[in-house]
Ligand binder design. Structure first.
Ligand code: FDA
Length: 396
């Protein structure tokens, strides 16, 4: 192995040039630290490039700690409070990147996610960060107060090592569980990683719904105590759309997911309609607020045909209750191949919430998706990447 820069150690080696790694390296570099940033992919920030449909939903103005899942609900508070969406927006604006709010506080580039990657690379350049892409990482060790990382045919040493290699979601893009192996090697615990923000699959018995592939409607999706009001989309394998992706992060195998169809209808709405329009049918009523094909399937499942006037109030109340909590029992999810993020990860119990440094392994940091902090859909995961990266970048 040829040592990089002779034998002079770096202040930090950052592993992973994704959202968190780029921003951490830039932050530390601009504080005068010598930083080496390594990634096995040929180009940095690949997930940023595909994010938000190519426009990168780079933050969410409603960021708050309760929009994150973690074994320790308090862990994200410190970093999130010290680097806020407004701070990132300030940098985006300083680079002249035009943006807009799409919905629910989600901010996107008007142009392209490439602008965000270019901005982060420019920030790294300002901090004289040395970026090496396309080299596989080899042995990683710690001796005499220095971390040593072999990569390609070379080797480098540093006082600090930052794990920013993300989670295993979308492995075909080069995502790996490398962060967990490395964390375990240094004695850190890992909370069982699982796919999150992922479509759910339905068993064969639900073929009628799977035949609705492509149909979408606004619902309130619920699992346990979590509830999200957004669109649900039927797919040939089951359920997707923003409300389902959100609820998937809370869903566990064996749990029922319910969807509330026509969420604006108040209690007794079918009974009231029966009085007002007794000659109308349930199918007609449902198709006034839902796609026709979905209305057909719901009527068939409810087993109610004919005019409302011919139905008992009890039957209508039962139909209303079912429509308000329509139960689906997913048999799984589409897995890491389709998951937008990974829930679980490096256990926060071993990390400082202020600096992201491992309490028992001085100089070792973990940031971004690799850590057991997972945001809702809608820019929250990037905000965590920026905030945790900033916390570590200031502490190195
Ligand atoms: P990230 O995955 O970005 O970076 C990790 C880096 O480590 C990568 O560059 C990878 O190549 C490298 N690496 C991995 N293993 C390695 C190894 N063994 N050796 C060397 N390098 C290695 N979030 C959001 O807030 N808004 C959005 O719009 C979207 N959209 C979106 C779309 C899609 C399709 C996906 C899959 C994900 C999103 N996300 C998102 C989630 C967001 O992309 C994610 O949370 C962040 O990229 C996490 O940043 P990190 O830097 O932690 O990991």
């Amino acid at each position: 192995m040829t040592p990089l820069h002779g034998h002079e150690p770096y202040d930090a080696i950052v592993l992973g040039a994704g959202a968190a790694g780029l921003f951490c390296a830039a932050t530390a570099g601009q504080r005068g630290k010598r930083v080496l940033l390594l990634d096995h992919a040929e180009q940095p920030g690949k997930k940023i490039l595909i994010s938000g449909g190519g426009r990168c939903n780079f933050t969410n103005v409603d960021t708050a700690p309760d929009r994150y899942l973690s074994s320790n609900a308090h862990f994200a508070k410190s970093a999130l409070s010290r680097y806020r969406p407004a701070d990132f927006i300030e940098m985006v604006e300083a680079y002249g990147i035009a943006w807009h709010e799409k919905t629910l506080g989600q901010l996107f580039c008007d142009g392209s996610a490439r602008q965000i990657v270019a901005m982060l690379l420019e920030e790294c350049a300002k901090g004289d960060v040395e970026l090496v892409c396309g080299e596989a990482l080899g042995e990683i060790g710690h001796a005499d107060g220095l971390y040593r990382v072999d990569f390609g045919e070379r080797s480098a040493r540093a006082k600090a090592l930052v794990i920013a290699t993300g989670g295993p979601s979308i492995p075909k893009m080069g995502a790996t569980g490398f962060a967990y192996d490395l964390a375990r090697k240094f004695g850190l615990k890992v909370v069982q990683p699982r796919p999150a923000l992922v479509p759910l699959t339905l068993p064969g018995e639900e073929a009628l719904f799977r035949d609705l592939s492509g149909v979408s409607t606004e619902v309130i999706a619920r699992a346990g105590r979590a509830a999200f009001r957004e669109a649900a989309l039927f797919t040939h394998r089951g359920l997707s759309g923003p409300s389902i992706l959100q609820i998937s992060s809370y869903w566990k195998r064996g749990d029922t997911v319910t969807t509330q169809f026509l969420p604006d209808r108040g209690e007794g709405w079918l009974r009231d309609l029966k009085r007002e329009r007794p000659r109308t049918t349930l199918r007609k009523v449902l198709s006034e607020g839902l796609p026709e094909r979905l209305a057909d399937v719901l009527c068939e499942k409810l087993g109610l045909t004919g005019e409302l006037g011919a139905m008992t109030d009890k039957a209508l109340a039962a139909a209303e209750a079912r429509l308000a909590r329509w139960p689906f029992l997913p048999d799984g999810s589409e897995g890491f191949a389709k998951a937008e993020v990974t829930a679980g990860g490096i256990d926060t119990a071993g990390l400082s919430s202020k600096t992201m440094e491992a309490g028992k392994v001085p100089g070792l940091f973990a940031i971004g998706e690799a850590v057991d902090v997972t945001g809702w859909l809608g820019g929250y995961n990037f905000q965590w990447a920026w905030a945790s990266a900033r916390a570590a970048g200031l502490a190195i």
